[in-house]
Design a protein around this ligand. Structure first.
Ligand code: 89Y
Length: 341
């Protein structure tokens, strides 16, 4: 089978990890990079042996024969480039968050549906090895139906050092990390029926909120609380680990510090550590996140090949954004709201 050929738009902070992730997979090759500042694309092309570089997205799409497009630009340009891909009948992947507003995201999904163009969101958090194991344990049903869960992602990691643009976002932690954490909630517990949220801004030098607490009533009747923060001093700093506690009718599952998953039933507790793999292109401090790019890309690739479904289609990710924007609505009104999608 011939390799699937794709191009990347955007060669900033994240794209080198995305490129590393793609190079772990068989049957797919990046043939071109676009970036507004050409020199950045050239440097990355050299490092990852990508043959062509462009500073004009239209020119790239005219000259290259592609099977799909991977958009890794900043969020403000996602919509423009997804519409461009749809106009070229090109299957398209875009980074989270899909868009800056729900309306913009809905238009992106609608346009791709109308054009018959497959559209995916690169939502990798749910592909982290320990989180997949929590899902397997939950599906194994030994703990019975879950009635309450807590998903906890809180640290004082200096996130703005690597990604200074995050300081400028009027809506920060729910768009940056809420997209991931609320998506994990949907992955594990299904859809929500109600959302209540409170936020805080603790860092003085940023525009948006850096702490959010979201409580959801799920269609399954379970209660799920998500705690998200980059302003929480902890005894053991474990960025970027997510901790999870699930209480079920017959037992409990926890994902604790250092990737340990514990399943407790009346028979006792079974525990095992699910460390992420380290890839040569990944930053060791970010192994958990970077390693999850590989199965996420593999899942999207199988869908692009028509060999199976993708978990994080644009349509599916709208529901995650419905929770994110529902949470903002609740935080500003002080009321319990329905998910915005
Ligand atoms: O941008 C965020 C992401 O997707 O994972 C962690 C991060 O880099 C900082 O919050």
């Amino acid at each position: 089978m011939a390799n699937l050929r794709f191009a990347i738009f955007g060669t900033g902070y994240w794209s080198r990890f995305q490129l590393g992730g793609w190079q772990e997979l068989e049957g797919v090759e990046c043939v071109a990079l676009y970036n507004r500042t050409r020199s950045k694309a050239e440097a990355q092309a050299l490092e990852f042996e990508v043959p062509m570089v462009y500073d004009d997205p239209e020119e790239l799409l005219e000259k290259e024969d592609l099977d799909f497009l991977d958009i890794i630009t900043n969020v403000e340009t996602h919509s423009q480039f997804v519409h461009l891909a749809a106009a070229h009948n090109l299957p398209v992947i875009c980074q989270k968050p899909m868009a800056t507003t729900l309306q913009e995201a809905e238009a992106m999904v609608r346009t791709c549906q109308g054009a018959g163009v497959p559209f995916f969101v690169h939502e990798n958090w749910r592909w982290q090895r320990p989180i997949r194991q929590v899902k397997r344990a939950l599906d194994g049903a030994s703990i019975g139906a879950p009635f309450r869960a807590r998903i906890h992602y809180c640290s004082s990691y200096p996130v703005f050092d690597n990604q200074p643009f995050l300081k400028e976002l009027e809506q920060f932690i729910l768009t940056d990390m809420g997209t991931h954490i609320l998506d994990v909630a949907r992955f594990l517990f299904g859809e929500a029926e109600s959302v209540y949220c409170q936020t805080h801004r603790i860092h003085r030098d940023i525009k948006g909120e850096d702490v959010a607490t979201v409580m959801m009533g799920m269609a399954s009747r379970a209660t799920v609380v998500c705690e998200i923060s980059y302003a929480s001093r902890t005894e053991f700093e474990r960025f970027p680990q997510t901790y999870i506690t699930i209480e079920g009718e017959k037992g409990a599952i926890t994902l604790d510090q250092d990737y340990v998953v514990r399943v407790t039933t009346e028979e006792g507790t079974a525990s095992k550590r699910y460390r992420p793999r380290h890839y040569a292109w990944a930053e060791p401090t970010h192994d958990l996140i970077h390693a999850s790019i590989v199965p996420c890309n593999a899942n999207l690739l199988q869908a692009i090949r028509g060999a199976g479904p993708a978990e994080t289609t644009g349509e599916d990710n709208l529901k995650t954004l419905g929770l994110v924007f529902g949470a903002y609505e609740s935080a500003s009104s002080g009321k319990v709201v329905k998910p915005a999608v």
